[in-house]
Design a protein around this ligand. Structure first.
Ligand code: BG6
Length: 487
């Protein structure tokens, strides 16, 4: 369904995010006919570019980041015709650009400001929009992470925005919420009757959430300031945990859903200072050099002045939710760079059967597992016990009931940003983080960070291409459990 025409103003128009994610995502939506030449994309940044330069940059972004099969010359020509550019130095009043020529004064045209810039200039941008009268009560502002590095800085950023924009105008991106399979979690839980009755501590032993990346981190400038706890746990991983753990919302209304997520975040058991060493593990990857492969370690990738950094590139932790549904059910989270492979998945480990009648069978019954694979090879797998076919008596075997998205659906899976960028135009905040959620997440994460900062020992080393430091294996094995290993 086509969306209303819009004026999308992108601050940080020459940045990496714009070319890698925003332009390709908007192009795909244009290609699918969700908007047309009645909409405008207005790039804003300090670089002295012309409209034509920005259009050229858009063409290049499409050539570089859109799959060849979808690059259609005629569509690209029409798409870039809606691009224009305004030079603007928001920090300096003399350099303030004139958005007036680009923005349309028509309430039927949705006005959205996308801030793909460092968060310390969110406030000044809001100020500029307000003073220059580009603000409208129905305008929307989209904020990119990092939304702070702790609770205090996140409050400062949000206060800067709140001086001009009301909460119902603010769209905080957590791109994990835009992923198809993440939204599918909602369908799985709330569009089936099967799971809800067993989705609790009576039937579930524990939950594992893994987001493993095979890429490294060192060349990304911001990473050393951030580390895996802020970069992945505070946002993406806690959002996944919320979607798994929250109560069924009363409707799909944005606030109904966000209220439930907030309750989960507020029910997370605070990790006391003395427990941080027991229930969290942080790691940093070391390089490997052999005759066949050579991968640089995190330290090798850093510039001279950052060498010796104690930034973690891996985190594993045990989270507990203090409410009726989840009492006694640990949620083990782990994420890292340069791990054995790229895989994101949620594993729901059910409790063992109460009594086995198969004492004489070969193979003991294993507890059921539901594995929700977010990426790559999206799908849902339920591991069940069956009788091995054949006349040889009762032999038990674990087999998957397997739903592979690639095999079931032929449609292309849209990128997270495609959904999110147009949800802004639609005015649908469901897949965006509300301020109180963000702050609740920081409240839980900050004490972990502080304890690590005080600790004398550095992150545990792990070899690039492995599943992380041995401490992360010990973390779960101490509880008599193991990390799920996929074939
Ligand atoms: C980003 C992090 O938010 O998510 C990156 O800043 C990380 O460090 C990325 O690589 C992972 O996203 P995806 O979609 O590739 O899983």
């Amino acid at each position: 369904i086509p969306v209303q025409p819009f004026d999308y103003v992108v601050f940080g128009a020459t940045g990496d995010l714009t070319k890698r994610k925003l332009i390709p995502a908007l192009y795909h939506r244009f290609l699918d006919g969700q908007f047309d030449e009645n909409s405008r994309i207005i790039g804003v940044s300090r670089s002295p570019l012309s409209d034509e330069d920005f259009q050229e940059a858009a063409r290049k972004a499409i050539a570089d980041f859109v799959e060849k099969d979808y690059q259609d010359k005629d569509t690209i020509d029409r798409f870039v015709s809606i691009f224009s550019y305004v030079i603007n130095d928001v920090m300096n009043r003399e350099g303030w650009g004139d958005l007036g020529k680009a923005l349309r004064d028509d309430t039927k045209v949705v006005r959205a400001f996308y801030l793909a810039v460092a968060p310390d200039i969110f406030g000044p941008i809001a100020d500029y929009l307000g003073k220059r009268k580009y603000y409208r009560r129905d305008a929307r502002v989209v904020l990119e992470k990092p939304l702070g590095h702790d609770l205090q800085s996140s409050e400062d950023i949000n206060d800067g925005i709140a001086k001009i924009f009301k909460e119902d105008q603010v769209y905080r991106i957590d791109h994990y919420l835009g992923k198809e399979t993440v939204q599918n979690l909602l369908a799985l839980r709330f569009a089936n009757t099967l799971f809800e009755p067993i989705w609790n501590s009576a039937h579930i032993d524990h939950v594992q959430i893994t987001v493993a990346e095979s890429v490294g981190a060192g060349t990304r400038g911001y990473y050393d300031e951030s580390g895996a706890l802020r970069d992945m746990i505070q946002n993406h991983m806690l959002q996944l945990l919320c979607l798994v753990a929250m109560e069924p919302p009363a409707s799909d209304d944005a606030n109904a859903l966000r209220d439930e997520k907030l309750k989960v975040l507020r029910s997370l058991k605070p990790i006391a200072n003395g427990d941080v060493g027991k229930v969290t593990v942080r790691g940093q990857y070391r390089g490997v050099a052999s005759e066949t492969t050579s991968v640089a370690g995190y330290q090798d990738e850093l510039p001279e002045d950052k060498k010796g950094s104690r930034t973690e590139t891996f985190v594993a932790l045990k989270a507990e939710i203090e409410n009726w549904r989840w009492s006694g059910v640990p949620f083990y989270l782990r994420t890292g760079k340069r791990m054995a492979k790229r895989v994101s998945e949620i594993v729901i480990q059910f409790k063992p059967i109460p009594h086995s009648i198969f004492d004489h069978a070969e193979g003991a019954p294993k507890s059921n597992k539901l594995i929700i694979r977010l990426q790559p090879d999206e799908g849902v797998k339920l591991l069940m016990m069956i009788k091995d076919p054949g006349p040889g008596g009762m032999r038990l075997r674990e087999v998957p009931l397997n739903l592979s998205f690639a095999e079931t659906f032929s449609e292309r899976t849209p990128e997270a940003y495609e959904r999110l960028l147009l949800d802004v135009v639609r005015g649908n905040q469901t897949l965006f983080m509300r301020r109180d959620e963000l702050e609740a997440a920081w409240c839980w994460v900050d004490p972990i960070r502080e304890a690590w900062d005080r600790a004398s020992e550095p992150p545990q080393p792990y070899t690039a291409g492995t599943w992380g430091p041995t401490g992360s294996i010990a973390l779960i094995e101490r509880d008599g459990r193991t990390w799920h290993e996929d074939d």
